[in-house]
Write a protein that binds this ligand. Structure first.
Ligand SMILES: [Zn+2]
Length: 378
């Protein structure tokens, strides 16, 4: 057993991080962990933190290891955000924490999960702490790619690049850790395109599999402009519902906690002078739901993209594993009824829709333009 067990398909990154963790003299105080979504950046960052705290360099079973992995080690601080930007106050707190000597462990480790979500002014604050770090402090910044962080930051960090893990390595983790049936695990790992969290959800949650199938079925159902507009509306509604389901419970808990902190009893009318604080919280929650909705829609678009990629593979007779093994029927029909050029145009339309979504175009508009471009062309 070791803290690296769940960092799958990342041999070179693991070897670099585990070697550094056990040789204090070779330690770097600032790391930049990059890799595409689902490659396991935050899992790798926590494993590294555990390896740093463990007397045996990451045994995976001692108290230091288990608490660091679980996020409860007092000397491991993790900043994860659902927000679009990390605020300057959050970073100021982190810099303050970074200056303190570790209480129990050998190092004080600060992990920032979405270092790409920092405004330049915020980054500058962080920069000072990274440039002259206290001797026992290690910063671990995570981002999708090196280009996503400012040059001033990346030039001061040691870079570790995670790759998209192979589907069979992800499937193996699901079997080993979650007890998933091997065949189901491989299908899920392929469908999730090796996104570890997504693969796990697909393997264990029938609802998630159904939602994904419904998205892929859009490709078959669209015959004309009317169907396209309807399908776009459905995609947006499903994303809204999924985002709401994921955030509702947490929103309510956060609000209850705030009211408690403000000294307002359950069911009591809110005094006017406290209203602005509650309103601020609610606005933040609304932004988070919007972000989540966009993420869910983007995932749906990626799923559709993977379907047309399979169609193109069939049309070109390429010797590549399909992503959507459970939807071979749709793939076959689409491959028969269209040309490779049309498939490429459809893939382009999906890529454009993703860009528009990222550029804050209204989700329904982005989806409609996409589904209209997906309909059969004579
Ligand atoms: Zn240990």
């Amino acid at each position: 057993m070791s803290v690296w067990d769940e960092v799958v398909g990342q041999e070179s990154a693991v070897s670099m991080l585990s070697t550094s963790a056990t040789r204090a003299e070779a330690m770097t105080h600032a790391w930049l962990l990059t890799g595409p979504p689902g490659s396991g950046r935050s899992v790798a960052a926590r494993a590294f933190a555990a390896a740093l705290q463990c007397e045996q360099g990451g045994c995976g079973s001692c108290h230091a290891c288990t608490t660091a992995l679980a996020g409860t080690h007092p000397d491991v601080t993790l900043l994860a955000t659902d927000k679009v930007v990390i605020t300057i106050d959050e970073v100021r707190d982190l810099v303050g924490t970074a200056a303190r000597t570790p209480t129990l462990g050998r190092w004080r480790v600060i992990i920032v999960e979405d270092a790409d979500r920092m405004a330049e002014r915020t980054t500058n604050l962080l920069l000072k702490s990274i440039e002259e770090p206290p001797p026992h402090t290690v910063w671990v910044l995570c981002a999708p790619s090196v280009q996503d962080v400012l040059p001033t930051i990346r030039s001061r960090c040691r870079a570790v690049v995670l790759r998209v893990p192979p589907a069979d390595a992800v499937a193996d983790l699901l079997v080993r850790r979650d007890g998933v049936d091997p065949a189901v695990a491989l299908t899920a790992a392929r469908a999730a395109q090796s996104h570890v969290g997504m693969a796990r959800r697909l393997a264990r949650d029938a609802g998630a599999r159904e939602r994904r199938s419904a998205v892929l079925d859009v490709a078959r159902r669209i015959r004309g402009v009317g169907d396209a507009v309807l399908a776009a509306g459905e995609l947006v509604d499903v994303a809204k519902a999924e985002a709401a389901a994921a955030t509702e419970e947490r929103d309510a808990a956060e609000k209850a906690e705030l009211l408690r902190a403000l000294g307002v009893a359950d069911g009591e009318t809110l005094p006017p002078k406290l209203r602005s604080q509650v309103k601020q919280l609610e606005e933040g929650q609304k932004r988070r739901a919007t972000r989540r909705q966009r993420d869910v829609l983007d995932r749906a678009m990626l799923d559709l993209l993977s379907l047309y990629r399979d169609v193109l593979v069939v049309q070109l007779g390429a010797d590549v594993d399909p992503v959507n093994t459970e939807h071979a029927g749709i793939v076959r029909d689409l491959a028969r009824d269209s040309t490779p050029e049309q498939t490429i145009r459809r893939m382009d339309a999906i890529a454009v829709a993703r860009q528009r979504l990222d550029g804050n175009v209204a989700p329904l508009l982005a989806c409609e333009a996409m589904t209209i471009a997906l309909r059969p062309q004579g």
